[in-house]
Ligand binder design. Structure first.
Ligand SMILES: NC(=O)c1ccc[n+]([C@@H]2O[C@H](COP(=O)([O-])OP(=O)(O)OC[C@H]3O[C@@H](n4cnc5c(N)ncnc54)[C@H](OP(=O)(O)O)[C@@H]3O)[C@@H](O)[C@H]2O)c1
Length: 302
């Protein structure tokens, strides 16, 4: 298929481009600035800011993809709080432009979203749980979901929520896993929240699920995270076990005691039953996910 990936310089988008290309698809990428994460050859990468409605619409018309996969987003949660206009432009208006163009061009839109659409009072959340976003990032991501639902024909949109995505190497900015490996590997203590529950997700696993959703044009809302919900301390200790780091370097702390610029869901996590039942690409267990991460880190050092 002819597939367009936005956020092609990002953690998920960069890997997704490479995976789709290895599966024989004709892949186009949109990103900001020069291509950094994948090799597109001369013609298939375009630098566009999602907030530039005209340029984005024109690029979509020129590419005429069968499937558009939107991995671009303003993902700095506290940065969104400081710059709500930027967050709205990328996470809502940019998504609405993609959705309108996808409708006009008969493309299927796969839109990547987040567990942050939920308030974190009573997770883990299944695909049909009612969102209650808190904070600008969460509000903008939820509004982006709603733009997709409202603007695309109902059999031609897919929303794929994920959570705490990690992989090695990072794409310039650290992810939760790469930050832990850097810090713990050099013997530094890390403070981790014992009262925040999440669904850690290896980036390659997320990309496999996104690829299958795109190839099969499976519509509706899906949870494409790792299979297990754990608090961040447990994740850190499991990572220590796998990597041979000293678990005493992990200092448990409480999110409830910290005054963060943006609120974050505490008892979050995603129920992946629909994905597990329906896709060949299954959400990985935490052990399998960390094993893949370990191999990745080792591979980069040999
Ligand atoms: N990583 C996680 O833990 C996590 C968790 C839950 C959900 N998600 C969702 O997963 C998706 C992919 O995230 P990711 O982890 O790959 O994040 P990422 O590494 O931050 O990638 C996002 C990409 O979007 C690009 N972008 C941001 N604003 C843009 C704009 N206005 N115009 C054009 N491009 C823009 C960024 O460009 P620059 O590189 O130039 O900044 C970046 O390359 C997002 O929808 C995110 O909300 C991620």
């Amino acid at each position: 298929m002819r597939v367009l990936v936005t956020g092609a310089n990002g953690l998920v988008g960069g890997r997704l481009v490479r995976l789709l290309a290895t599966r024989g698809h004709e892949v186009f990428g949109l990103g900001r600035g020069p291509s950094r994460a994948s090799d597109f050859g001369a013609a298939k990468y375009t630098s566009i800011d999602l907030g530039n409605h005209e340029a984005l619409t024109q690029a979509l018309q020129e590419i005429r993809a069968d499937v558009v996969i939107n991995c671009a987003a303003m993902t700095d949660v506290d940065g969104c709080e400081r710059d709500p206009s930027g967050a709205w432009a990328a996470n809502v208006e940019g998504v609405a432009t993609l959705a309108r163009s996808a409708r006009a061009l008969d493309s299927h839109l796969v839109h990547v979203s987040t567990d942050y659409v939920f308030d974190g009072e009573a997770g883990p959340y299944d695909v049909d749980a009612v969102p209650n976003p808190r904070g600008v990032y969460a509000l903008s991501k939820h509004a982006g979901e709603e733009a997709v639902r409202a603007l695309c024909p109902k059999d031609r949109w897919t929303i794929a929520r994920t959570a705490v995505v990690y992989g090695w190497p990072s794409t310039g900015k650290n992810n939760f896993g790469s930050w832990l490996v850097d810090a713990l590997g050099s013997g530094k203590q890390v403070k981790l929240f014992a009262d925040q529950w999440v669904s850690p997700s290896h980036a390659d696993n997320v990309c496999q699920m996104l690829t299958e959703l795109a190839e099969r044009r499976l519509a509706g809302t899906w949870h494409t995270s790792g299979a297990e919900v754990v608090d961040r301390v447990t994740f850190g200790r499991k990572l220590c076990e796998r990597f041979g780091f000293d678990p005493a370097l992990i200092v448990p702390s409480r999110m409830a005691d910290v005054n963060l610029p943006s609120p974050r869901p505490a008892k979050s996590g995603l129920v992946v039953a629909r994905t597990t039942d329906s896709l060949a690409a299954k959400p990985l267990s935490l052990d399998a996910s960390l094993a893949r991460f370990f191999d990745e880190v080792q591979g980069s050092r040999t």
